[in-house]
Write a protein that binds this ligand. Structure first.
Ligand code: UDP
Length: 494
């Protein structure tokens, strides 16, 4: 009989690696961390994932199903201290109001003690902490347990290296204007950024400087890096980042491919126990469309289109003439006029356009043959999920690493068309009324979805990348080899 949250047979884990994952409680960090844990468990490791309760609920179906299939993985809940004064149930970045973000991070850091006590009390003893890079306090957790700590990133190595070089060489020093173009130092390729687009994590505002410096120290002191990318896609950047950091980098992606063979209902529940559209309905809708004809539109789990932007986006999609699935994360917050617009649009495009108000089964959709392109905010998971599905993208970055991911898609991989956003759109209190017009949306969608040599070439490149991604994850592939290496290297010493 396993202890509550125990591992059954694995309580006697006999020399196996035991990775403790401490993901950032945000879908874009949580989902790939859970996928990585599932992959490591598939290759024989024991994995424990620590999460706050509302966060854990979102990945519980996925982890439970893996446990039922015999993987040695457990998901353990750690509630935040009520004294932190957070609103009820707010324990994930997508439900913590911006004014509470500071106290939220402080409360999450106080999870170190309960996590440590739990790990001491529940065998097997960990052999490695895999911590989201935004949890610098896990340096103390790993040190107290006497085990190595790896930083986990669901980012491309291109982005990691650009950010690192900008910071290391002080590229923004003396640059007064946030929109002044700056060449990223130390790269062979000429990559131009602005501070507004790529300030670095928590470098947007001086208020966060201390936290950003703390994160950087913890990154520099890590025992290695796990990153959701694959070597064949960006060999020079994976090697470049390892050399710049002087640490081992394990590229283990695309980790979403773990789900490749899963049932539709399981796929639909990835990252959120309840999708806003039922898997069967979604598949039936897609089955009725021609191969490669549908454009999928989503801005991920945090970014969203404001009311005015939603109107322009909707009109642009309608004018493009292509069938579309459009995910609206916050449609219930729109004013009456925008809601009325959406209702009328839905009636006009009935059968051709599907609006999903809430969480969409993204992987299920992207892996359907009817989908031919993706309008994305360039969150790294979405970008890599497009790569894994062999899809070209319309790039529409909003904040954090998304502008660098756009450069990756457009300038490095050659699979994207940009809508041309030049400045950060949302981040904490910063919200701008920059609206991309319907004509720009229509043109970008037509360009990615249409015929012509350029579009065909983009599609060919996307398909070739998808083939390489699959090979990377198969036996003998680079990511597969890196996963095996992790499982071997962090084995328990008996
Ligand atoms: N996602 C999803 N359905 C949604 C919105 C997001 O399945 O309706 C998943 C998506 O597949 C990806 C993650 O949530 O794995 C979002 O991560 P990403 O890095 O793309 O963006 P973020 O949400 O961090 O901005």
């Amino acid at each position: 009989q396993a202890a509550p949250g125990g591992l059954g047979d694995a309580d006697d884990a006999g020399g196996r690696a035991h990775f403790v994952f401490v993901p950032l409680m945000a879908q874009g960090h949580l989902i790939p961390a859970v996928d990585t844990a599932l992959l490591l468990a598939t290759h024989g490791a024991v994995c424990t994932i620590a999460a706050t309760p509302a966060t854990a609920a979102r990945v519980r179906p996925t982890v439970d199903s893996a446990r039922r299939s015999g993987l040695q993985i457990r998901l353990v809940e750690f509630p935040l201290d009520p004294a932190a004064g957070l609103p009820d149930g707010a324990d994930n970045m997508d439900n913590v109001p911006p004014e509470h973000v500071g106290s939220y991070f402080a409360a999450v850091a106080r999870l170190r003690e309960p996590i440590e006590s739990y790990l001491r009390a529940h065998a097997p003893f960990p052999t490695c902490v895999v911590s989201d890079f935004i949890h610098p306090w896990t340096t103390v957790l790993a040190a107290n347990l006497g085990v190595p700590r790896l930083s986990f990133f669901s980012m491309c190595a291109f982005c990691l290296l650009c950010q690192h070089n900008v910071e290391r060489f002080g590229a923004y020093e003396g640059v007064a204007d946030d929109n002044e173009p700056v060449v990223v130092p130390g790269l062979e390729k000429r990559v131009v950024v602005t501070r507004s687009q790529a300030p670095g994590f928590f470098r947007e505002s001086p208020a966060w400087k201390e936290f950003a410096d703390y994160i950087e120290r913890a990154r520099a002191e890590a025992d290695g890096v796990i990153v959701n990318t694959f070597e064949e896609m960006e060999p020079e950047y994976v090697a470049g980042y390892a050399a710049a950091r002087k640490m081992k980098v394990w590229a283990v992606g695309p980790v979403s491919l773990y789900h490749q063979q899963r049932a539709a209902t399981l796929l639909a529940a990835r990252g959120c126990a309840t999708a806003a559209i039922e898997a069967g309905e979604c598949l039936r809708w897609l089955d009725g469309k021609d191969p490669g004809s549908v454009v999928y539109v989503s801005f991920g789990s945090i970014a969203y289109a404001g009311a005015k932007q939603a109107v322009e986006l909707g009109l642009g999609l309608e004018a493009s003439g292509h069938p579309f699935i459009w995910v609206l994360r916050n449609a219930d917050e729109y004013d009456a006029a925008a809601r009325e617009f959406l209702g009328e649009l839905e009636a006009r495009v009935a059968g051709r356009g599907l609006l999903v108000r809430g969480w969409a089964p993204q992987l299920l959709i992207l892996s359907h043959a009817a989908v031919g392109g993706f309008v994305t905010h360039c969150g790294w998971n979405s970008t890599l999920e497009a790569v894994a599905a062999g899809l070209p993208v319309v790039t529409w970055p909003h904040f954090t690493d998304q502008f660098l991911n756009e450069k990756m898609a457009v300038e490095v991989l050659g699979i994207g068309v940009s809508v041309g956003v030049k400045e950060r759109l949302i981040y904490q209190a910063v919200e701008k009324e920059i609206v991309v017009g319907r004509g720009v949306v229509e043109a970008a969608v037509r360009s990615v979805m249409g015929g012509g040599e350029e579009a065909e070439e983009r599609r060919r490149r996307a398909r070739a990348l998808a083939a390489k991604a699959r090979v990377a994850m198969q036996k003998g592939g680079s990511s597969h080899g890196n996963l095996l290496d992790l499982v071997e290297r962090f084995k328990a010493v008996s």
